[in-house]
Design a protein around this ligand. Sequence first.
Ligand SMILES: Nc1nc2c(c(=O)[nH]1)N[C@H]1C(S)=C(S)[C@@H](COP(=O)(O)OP(=O)(O)OC[C@H]3O[C@@H](n4cnc5c(=O)[nH]c(N)nc54)[C@H](O)[C@@H]3O)O[C@H]1N2
Ligand SMILES: Nc1nc2c(c(=O)[nH]1)N[C@H]1C(S)=C(S)[C@@H](COP(=O)(O)OP(=O)(O)OC[C@H]3O[C@@H](n4cnc5c(=O)[nH]c(N)nc54)[C@H](O)[C@@H]3O)O[C@H]1N2
Ligand SMILES: [Mo]
Length: 699
Amino acid sequence: MPAKMVPVSCNKDCGAGCPLVAHLESAKIVKITDNPQRPRYMQGCVRGYQAHIAVYDSGRLKRPLIRTGERGEGEFRETGWDEALDYVAKRLQAIKNKYGVTAVMQLGGSGSCRGAVHHTSKLTDRFLTLFGGYTKPTGSYSSGAEQFVTPYLYGTNLAGMDAENLLESRLIVLWGANISDTRFGCETENVIVEARKRGTEVVVLDPRRSRTVERLADLWIPLFPGSDTAMMAAVLCLLIEEGRVNDGFLSRYSKGFEELRDYVLGRFDGTKKDPAWAEPLCGVPQATIRRFARTYGKLKPAALIPGLSIQRTIGGEEAYRMAIALQAATGNVGVAGGSSGSNVWNRLPQPVFQCIGRAPGSENAKIAAVPVYRWADAVLKGRDGGYAEDIKCLYTVGGNPLATGSDVKKNARAFRSVDFSVCHELFMTPTAMYSDVILPATSFLEREDVVFGSGNYLFYSAKAADPPGIAMDDYDIFLKLAEWMGFGGGYSGGLAAAEWLDRFISNSEIADPELFKRSGMYLGPDRRRVAFSDFIANPAANPLSTPSGLIELASKDYAKTGFPAFPTHRGFRPPAGAPLFLITPHARFRVNSQNSNLDWFARRESPVLTMNRLDAAHRGINDGDTVRIYNGNGSLGVPVSLTDGILPGVVCLPAGAWPVFNDKGEITGGCANVLTSTEPTLPSESSRTHSVGVEVEKA
Ligand SMILES: Nc1nc2c(c(=O)[nH]1)N[C@H]1C(S)=C(S)[C@@H](COP(=O)(O)OP(=O)(O)OC[C@H]3O[C@@H](n4cnc5c(=O)[nH]c(N)nc54)[C@H](O)[C@@H]3O)O[C@H]1N2
Ligand SMILES: Nc1nc2c(c(=O)[nH]1)N[C@H]1C(S)=C(S)[C@@H](COP(=O)(O)OP(=O)(O)OC[C@H]3O[C@@H](n4cnc5c(=O)[nH]c(N)nc54)[C@H](O)[C@@H]3O)O[C@H]1N2
Ligand SMILES: [Mo]
């Protein structure tokens, strides 16, 4: 039987959002490949090519489930939608009546986060604001520190670039960015490959020899996690001392460089931040720092692309501020082939296209906020502990905080402590297991949507498969629940999900909707943009929206947070009892915790600790041994793989594996977040998953 092809695109927080096609035989997806009509550099990855595994997996939730055993034990009974919705509606209503709407906390949201309609956090917000309000975790596990600081310097978070901009770069610095796995757009890796063919140099700074080092790097500089600000300060120091700073650029476009210069030269604290100072902090020989600084000062334009890893550290705010300062000091901001030094990912205007949002009637919703990194503390401590609300209910849609949230044991305690918890899920995740009601949701391949990629383009994703059992779209689950609670009309506005989508397409800049749906893609006119090019071309006509209209390398407003106006090295050293740095980067075959439970992926990436041979030798550990990793937060057992491809003193356990439970329902291992802490980096109150100390011993 001939294969039929329909365009699809991953609606996940997976680093890209790619133009793909699903091949159907007898109404079943048999494979997924790149869309043959895609432009030259766009390419999917293994997680998209194998996305249909999640559609047909026998573990998919097919019917609503209601808990029968103790919370977390995993005992549930199947039921139909009527009983499940009636139960959830009554429990939500009772909590609202007794405690008020803000006793309900929303969790999750990144499960489906690229779609215009099927967007897990936007739909939850639409429903809960009509319910009357809720408590919302603010900031992000992901890019919280970067989102917090970038506006102080640039007045906006739209500080990205289109991948093709890199074709103009003579130097690309991937600073803690593992493009080959985490992608940062569906074109970025291929564009870098092409740029290298044309002579561009690529330097990667990463504690470990990542796949990006293997595939893209001319030079790999391993350094300690969280030491990036120190390394950057030393680079800046050398540039200043060797007269390689672009003074003309700084005086025309920025403010506050003098203060930063005085800090770097040691005029405030008597310590010059030169390469000799940085060497022990970073674990990088000063000769290497000098060599890199000279290359960076010489090769122009240079694009410095920080990963988000460098801001998931104690003082990660400063690493992002310092990266921006470096790009400004070298005159690389806003020029073709340069970069802002801030996050490039999804941070430029995309084609005009509406998304589902709040509905009329939600204007007076009461929203209470708690920093996401403190959500479990807020649940466990409540008003008595200084938090705004006493949380009685957790409503999780598109998240798996019992695998991805820092300190999963604390998170499990928080789930155990509430009166009621409900989640929409595809699988029996650890978070679902700790819920009272689980409502089975569809995956992106089972519904139609328009998906935002990471550049000036949009992808159409057709419905390619039927949902398992009686699973429903989140849109419809919320609609039914809203009808049960008496605000169905307000929620839907009289439209089904597909009708919203058609409306959004006809209101958009897409001239030919039929062609869009057939080809699966719409390409915006300009796809080689770099942020702030208009400001650089004419700063008087296009000032930044900072107080001065300029790039604020020292910011009076930032100083109000209690930290210096200019970026300074803070750093993190593991404590004596847990002397090894643990990093938990994003895994190649997973999207955060997704795919962890699917054999095909798990076979290719089971939890393994990588460790330098020297650290292993000191501890009598051999390759392949099972080791115990532990610190004050927890302990877990995993096999170890010994390598020279990681800096001595650093060990690596990829993020996203689900926790392992013992008979008593206690978490004993599996997941890296057994070892992480909910003590955030300040002032942004964000994640510090790469500032963790551990000890490792033979099990
Ligand atoms: N395959 C895959 N791709 C993904 C995801 C996924 O789960 N899997 N998740 C997506 C999401 S949600 C996000 S937020 C992004 C994440 O993007 P990032 O946060 O950039 O990704 P990480 O894997 O945490 O880190 C990138 C690299 O930085 C290194 N690193 C760790 N700590 C430090 C440090 O302190 N300094 C330096 N210089 N390097 C350090 C790691 O070894 C790793 O190779 O990726 C997205 N893409
Ligand atoms: N140690 C450590 N921890 C980390 C990180 C790290 O680097 N190190 N990275 C952090 C980062 S950057 C992030 S973004 C977070 C991500 O953390 P989470 O947001 O929890 O991400 P996922 O694990 O992808 O969970 C998404 C869940 O949504 C479900 N899902 C998928 N599609 C849908 C849908 O359409 N509807 C519904 N209802 N559900 C759906 C999936 O089955 C999955 O269980 O993790 C953070 N955790
Ligand atoms: Mo993320």
